[in-house]
Design a protein around this ligand. Structure first.
Ligand SMILES: [Zn+2]
Length: 197
């Protein structure tokens, strides 16, 4: 679906008014409505479009000594996104930084399709065509029974399924870093490990 404003870019945001925008046009719409009304009222719900898939998020906002904390959870899925903006930031810039992170989160994939895996995982057909990217993010969750599970790209995985996703890398080392949910999304071409000089 194309953005209803520029009619060129693919739409990534569906508003509660049923309008669809690319990220740039959505930012412009927020600034324009601010200019007209002199105050910005953020929506309680926003939908991120990923092709035909709709990720519906309910938005919560709070304010503390660290800044503006925006957070949202996917209504019928496992995505959870948090964004901390500085107190010096304007309210609408903080909101738009949060929306940008929401789009980044949905559009940056940690689980990749692969054609290699059937050779290592012939007995596990449900995971046979996927593996973890070399860099990415995994959220750690606990279910109602106190069991740990993982969320990757908005999907829940058991510890065993996570192990299967990592199986193509056997023999390698995984270096990792535990972070607050408010950190930026790590992109495909970014590395945690510095190259040796
Ligand atoms: Zn647009």
């Amino acid at each position: 679906m194309k953005c209803c404003e520029c009619k060129a870019e693919e739409a990534v945001i569906l508003t509660t008014n049923k309008e669809v925008f690319c990220l740039d046009c959505y930012k412009q719409i927020v600034y324009n409505s601010l200019r007209k009304q002199n105050e910005f009222v953020y929506p309680e719900e926003i939908t991120i479009l990923e092709g035909k898939i709709k990720h519906v998020f309910s938005i919560v906002h709070s304010f503390n000594e660290e800044g503006f904390l925006w957070s949202c959870s996917e209504k019928d899925g496992f995505y959870e996104v948090q964004y901390l903006a500085s107190i010096e930031d304007s309210f609408e810039n903080a909101y738009l930084g949060f929306i940008e992170k929401l789009v980044d989160t949905v559009y940056t994939k940690t689980v990749k399709k692969t054609f290699m895996s059937k050779t290592w995982n012939v007995f596990k057909s449900e995971l046979a065509d996927v593996q973890m990217a070399e860099t990415g993010q995994i959220s750690i969750h606990e279910d109602d029974l106190g069991h740990i599970f993982f969320v990757i790209d908005g999907q829940a995985y058991s510890p065993e399924q996570l192990a299967d996703l990592l199986a193509p890398y056997k023999g390698k080392t995984m270096q990792y870093q535990i972070s607050s949910p408010t950190v930026d999304v790590i992109k495909e071409d970014e590395k945690l490990i510095k190259a040796k000089k």
